[in-house]
Ligand binder design. Structure first.
Ligand SMILES: [Zn+2]
Length: 369
């Protein structure tokens, strides 16, 4: 535990008290467990390279049946600091004993406007009924419970983890022993969404774990400090926000009656540079919109003797190929253009535009400048 009672029954937070003072009180048996009032001693510290904490003399306590792991002790301290940084106006208390529900929250947050959060850092297995019991008790007490799981349980298929994802639509795993502390944000996605997401971009989360009946688990990993808690305790990360926005755009593009330039530009905003959009994508899109059928008509003509391509079409296609050769001189060679074509959404009417782009590239590579 990270909090004990000191002389006079004052609560003492291990990390916030000078070590010499803690060691003196410990020798004098002046530290006690806030729960069972039994004598506790100071343990760990910088010299021992572990989190400074308090432990019962012989490990017995009516409130904690199992010895607390180093990961759990460290995690509570890491999470309390993470919460204090995000909510400087809130009161963040470690190991808060709550009369309602009658239990100790790992970290308790009282926001200035009065809402309360209990943040639980779970490193040990937890029975699903026990989790439900605690979750319901918190909710009945008007406390939002936020469950963060030790990275030691990340590979495990456990009912309580599935229940947390079902309830919060996401979950955070934490390795507090790394410096800086590392986190894995996981949330359920559908198989369809998996296929729609862009390949090989920096934005792409990796997929791991099966989140029970909810589908696939998308995961992002980063330092804990890159992840923030939103108003309703929702976990936020910039890459996830961008992906959600792209998902929303893809859904809109899938059902659009025709290619809408503004939607495409928003979609490409985070994956294609502004220069590439203006030099390549926009001129190409406008040419496509003027005559979507040009390349198909031209290709069809080339393959049949009785219907040769119209002179006008041949001229326009030649002009497009000349344009591609100019692009190559500006740094947009075939490889670069192919990479860019991969960023186009292959949904609804946008798929036809992506095919037009690929057709033009194929024509260009079969002709020399
Ligand atoms: Zn105790």
């Amino acid at each position: 535990m990270l909090v004990a009672y000191g002389p006079g029954g004052r609560p003492i937070v291990a990390e916030e008290t000078p070590l010499e003072l803690l060691q003196r009180w410990s020798r004098e048996h002046a530290l006690s467990c806030p729960n069972c009032r039994g004598v506790v001693h100071v343990r760990g510290g910088p010299e021992k390279r572990t989190q400074l904490h308090f432990a019962h003399q012989r490990g017995e306590c009516a409130w904690s049946t199992e010895a607390e792991s180093v990961r759990h002790i460290r995690g509570k301290s890491v999470l309390a600091n993470w919460l204090r940084k995000q909510f400087p106006q809130a009161v963040v208390t470690l190991e808060k004993r709550l009369p309602e529900p009658n239990r100790i929250a790992d970290i308790f947050v009282r926001h200035e406007h009065g809402t309360c959060w209990a943040v639980e850092f779970q490193c040990a297995p937890l029975d699903i009924d026990e989790w439900r019991h605690r979750h319901t008790a918190y909710r009945n007490a008007q406390i939002l419970d936020i469950w963060i799981i030790g990275n030691n349980r990340r590979e495990k298929q456990e009912a309580f983890i599935e229940a947390i994802i079902a309830s919060a639509r996401e979950i955070l795993f934490l390795d507090p022993l790394l410096e800086p502390p590392r986190a894995w944000l996981r949330w359920p996605v559908s198989r369809e969404m998996l296929q729609l997401w862009p390949q090989d971009t920096a934005l792409r989360p990796f997929f791991e774990g099966w989140v029970g009946r909810l589908g696939f688990g998308a995961s992002l990993t980063d330092q804990l400090n890159s992840i923030r808690l939103g108003e309703q305790g929702a976990l936020m990360h910039s890459a996830r926000a961008i992906l959600l926005e792209r998902t929303r755009l893809l859904e809109a593009m899938k059902v659009a009656p025709s290619v809408v330039e503004a939607l495409l530009l928003s979609y490409l905003e985070h994956s294609v540079s502004e220069e590439a959009v203006h030099t390549v994508m926009l001129p190409l899109l406008r040419a496509y919109q003027r005559d979507p059928d040009l390349l198909r008509r031209f290709n069809f003509g080339r393959g049949s003797l009785d219907q040769p391509p119209r002179a006008e079409d041949s001229l326009r296609v030649q002009r497009a190929i000349d344009w591609l050769h100019t692009l190559a001189k500006q740094g947009y060679g075939v490889t670069r253009l192919q990479e860019l074509s991969q960023e186009l959404p292959f949904v609804g009417p946008y798929a036809a535009f992506a095919r037009y782009y690929e057709m033009l590239l194929a024509l260009s590579s079969s002709t020399s400048p």
